[in-house]
Write a new protein. Sequence first.
Lengths: 312, 194
Amino acid sequence: MNRHLLSIHDVSAEDIVRILDTAESFREVGTRVIKKVPALRGRTIVNLFYENSTRTRISFELAAKRLSADVINFTTSGTSVSKGESLKDTALTLQAMGADAIVIRHSSSGSPFTLTRWVKGSVLNAGDGTHEHPTQALLDMYTMRERLGKIEGLRVAIIGDVLHSRVARSLSFGLVKMGAEVTLVGPPTLIPPDAPAWGVQVSYDIDGVLPKLDVCYMLRVQRERQRQQYFPSVREYSRLFGLTNARVGMLPEGSLIMHPGPMNRGVEIDSDVADLPQSVIEHQVTNGIAVRMSLLYLLLGGSGTGEVGADG
Amino acid sequence: MGSGTTRLLDAAEIRRSVTRIAHEILERNRGAGGVALVGIANRGDDLARRLAAEIERIEGAQVPVGALDITFYRDDIGMRAEAPEVHETRIGFDINGRTVVLVDDVLFTGRTIRAAMDALVDFGRPTAIQLAVLVDRGHRELPIRADYVGKNVPTRKDEDVRVLLAEMDGEDAVVLEERATASRPSGGGGGGER
């Protein structure tokens, strides 16, 4: 495997299977009384978050702690960054302190890649601008495989604000790589023009798509990233593209409802729909810890020297 | 590597060893009450199931069987190029207050067993931990010994002991192999081929 995880393009289909298989073992660790193993004892993992995030940061923090690594949370408010320190100097500082891995979230697309030029350790992209969020895509694929037994051949619709969604990009690339059939659904203003080149279908009609799905993946309307009016009103968006109580019955039996969180209940998904048994949103969160443990273990558990394995 | 291969045990000898160890476990623990078997993945868990079947045949009692993967407890994580492959752990019973017999195919450096004991105590506090192995090949690097041994085999460090089991390998055999390239650092693992 690659030393860094910057994009889903960094991992092959074979790597994805290995990541998900290893995550299964960490799921089992999560069911023990002592949910902690000594695998990464003595390693230092830095969470470098330039954007607010509670769930991803906590998930990474818990994953690192359950692997017995030392975790440092470096948030931008109240630190050297608010005093004007550049990404480069922050990176060099963390490098000098001996960070074995840096988990970075940044509002600028590509900043994790830039970071790899300055640090020796592994860099994990925890979301960069509107580019990618590969760990979310992996935990989503884990959840699909866990619930439906496979990824290949699954019919998945990713619905909503695809344009601003790094989750939609990473998940589309990953699912296509694993042989799933992906359809992006949303208002034309929120579907990226280059989407057909991702190997996915595009539709503007949610009602035509829902009855044929194995997985209905709802995206959050990211109003904080939208720099212009992409749709007339939230009410209209919800009526045309929300997974409403009236609409959810169109989904086939046994299909899943997923959402990367945090949800805007009543906007892209009705509150009652989010709480249905077929909605696996909480499982996504639980699985996220196991998948991030798997990634940290696979990225940091080798020497990275490229030497032939001793007896493996 | 075919030239330097010696067969140490055949299928019948493995079967007799498993039967004898099952008897010894029952004798030492005065029956099957309170005993549980935990096999170390990969082949230890198959051996543990065979031992449990023997114990049931002899004593008419069912003992709980689990599988333990020790990868996350290894002392050489980060020393190999790639992170070691992980297998399934499945301990579906409470180990508190039981005598747990760890089962592995080959006892070598003892480092796997050290890791297995660390892993096991994260599941609870057994009354006692015992160790059963099909082959003891010597070269211990830790103060660990087996309570039940199928066969003691003197080996050189640059040889490999491979246990083949029908469940995984299609046949039962224990073979000694010359290693083609002697590149394994000491303590790579307790097993013969892991």
